[in-house]
Design a binder for this molecule. Sequence first.
Ligand code: MG
Length: 365
Amino acid sequence: MKITGYKLGMLRVPLVTAFKTALRTVDHIEDIVIIIETDTGHKGYGEAPATAVITGDTHGSILDAIRTFIMPRLIGMEITSLNEITQIIQGALVNNFSAKAAVEIAVYDLFAQFYGAPLYKILGGGQPRLSTDLTISVDYIDKMVADSIRACDAGYETLKIKVGKDIGVDIKRVKAIYAAVKDRALLRLDANQGWSPRQTVAALHELEEAGIELELIEQPVKGEDLKGMKYITERVRTPVMADESTFGPREVIELIQMQAADIINIKLMKTGGISNAIKIADIASIYGVECMIGCMLESSISVTAAAHLAVAKPNVITKADLDGPSLCQFNPVEGGATFDSSEITLSEESGLGIKSIENLTMLDD
Ligand code: MG
């Protein structure tokens, strides 16, 4: 099975409610889709969102990285040369992790199709089911409480509460949501780099003293502020998770050796795809550090790939934040994983199991 070409498209899907964090407000998923073609007629699917405020990747940069730097180097390669292909992808240019992720996802899809097995089996096997949380966007307190209750009614047992705006209001937000759903759901907080180290410690001490049990606090301070992350990790009881503080395997090693976080959030759009995500999971497992598998605003193409990876690494990837498809008004993908509120079930089809994609506007090359 040789790589012979590729097509690019733009996938646009409206969200159920606007996605609001300390950094941005978004009401649509708008992602680049790559379809890699082969001489056997098999197609591999990949996807990448533009998350300029986090990864620096824009639609324009993703398209140019794929068209000019990555794909020209892969045409003619045998899909069975997986390690060589991923090295070429990672070395084609620096950074541009989302573009690399989109191409790697499509390559792994084809690699597993070649061997006629679902991707998670090729990655080592596992139980093909996961349970994800749901994100509650930062908003007025009443709206966040109502959204949290609705999520519990829909069957979610873990909620990821977005905060990081105004720390005084953030504490009130968490207290109100906890009072409303504490018997029904576990709460994760994601401050999206919105607080300072001292503010975070003060806020968590106040919440801890009020008897509020949080599963974790995610990236309260700026990604580059590893000392701030360490300062917090040393002082609060609530486990601290690094998101924007870690992209690739090297940063994970640094972060773990500094003891700057308790948990690592792995996202394919930060790692540059599956090959580095595997390395991170293996590094974390050596150190006994747990990981979450997360996603950006992604549809079920790249989220299906992330779910396959998580299923194959259950000893270390113990938490899932793969709610991208659940935030969409509809699933544009036929095949792939099934998303039924909190339950994600992988298909037993070869590769990612994706058959077709609606709402895709092809871009001419
Ligand atoms: Mg986050």
